[in-house]
Design a protein around this ligand. Structure first.
Ligand code: ADP
Ligand code: MG
Length: 271
């Protein structure tokens, strides 16, 4: 991206960042990240723990101010219009903010209130969300009693209750079994097909294949950006996992570990 185009809001873009940077003291958590996410795109942010994924998302949600650079989300400058940005986006944080002692329906009702949806519109929207996420049978269940895969769906339901055009999902599939992960990605794709833009972080490398485009982050920097197909072609690899390994060997200074997990799960970035 050139500097000239960088300062303009580009048509078709849901999100646009230019050299977006966040420091904590002298530590640089996100370093000069420039990217553009199109409307209706499923955009993946991949990288090991500490790569800067959550910090980047929190800036895009208007929850954390950038130290340098700029970010536009839904046409708004996050540094100037954080509050307005938050009304136009849904954010599912890494630690789902559900109320364990409330039922599924009560959790959704609470989040409806946060966004000013009440009365009949809320009741209508509640039924839509319960149907879309197949949560109907659990409506009276306490959130704490739900299987993790359904907690994750409820957290998504709370984030999308106010029908935001852009959704940020931070590690939504973390710790969930492969079948539930697969069905969650089906939900993500259905939302994208209906026009929602989704930014999803994950440390499961095979999930890169579910994204239209991905940015691979390491130590605060984007080290690869493109569609999974293009990145595989570019690096002459058969899988994104191989691309990771190649990048790992290539830059010497990487903090990535060999992808494996104590549970024997393959394709998980070291953490
Ligand atoms: N509020 C904070 N104060 C100091 N350091 C932070 C803060 N938030 C995040 N960091 C640091 O920034 C780096 C990136 O963190 P994070 O964005 O959470 O990475 P990821 O989501 O990719 O695991 C980490 O080294 C983390 O310790
Ligand atoms: Mg994180």
């Amino acid at each position: 991206m050139t500097r000239a185009s960088a300062d303009r809001w580009e048509d078709g873009a849901a999100i646009q960042t230019v050299e977006l940077t966040r420091r904590f003291g002298s530590f640089v958590a996100v370093e000069r990240v420039s990217l553009r996410v199109r409307r209706g795109e499923v955009f993946g942010l991949l990288g090991p723990n500490g790569a800067g994924k959550t910090t980047l998302i929190r800036m895009l949600c208007g929850l954390l101010s950038p130290s340098a650079g700029s970010a536009f989300v839904a046409g708004l400058d996050v540094a100037r219009a954080g509050e307005a940005v938050r009304r136009r986006i849904g954010y599912m944080s890494q630690r789902f903010s559900l109320y364990p002692d409330l039922t599924v329906e009560e959790n959704l009702t609470f989040y409806g209130g946060v966004y000013g949806i009440r009365g009949k519109p809320l009741r209508t929207r509640l039924e839509e969300v319960l149907a879309e996420l197949a949560l109907g049978p659990f409506r009276e269940s306490l959130a704490r009693d739900l299987p993790l895969g359904y907690k994750q769906r409820l957290a998504l339901g709370c984030a999308m209750l106010h029908e935001p055009p852009i959704l940020f999902l931070d590690e939504p599939t973390s710790g969930v079994d492969p079948r539930a992960r697969r069905s969650f990605w089906d939900l993500i794709h259905r939302k994208a097909e209906a026009g929602t833009t989704l930014v999803v972080t994950t440390h499961y490398m095979e999930e890169a294949e579910y994204c239209h485009r991905i940015a691979i982050m390491d130590s605060g920097k984007v080290i690869a950006l493109g569609s999974p197909t293009r990145l595989k072609e570019e690096h002459g690899c058969e899988s994104i996992q191989q691309v990771f390994l190649k990048l790992l060997r290539g830059d010497g200074g990487s903090t990535w570990q060999t992808p494996r997990s104590p549970s024997g799960e393959s394709g998980v970035l070291g953490s």
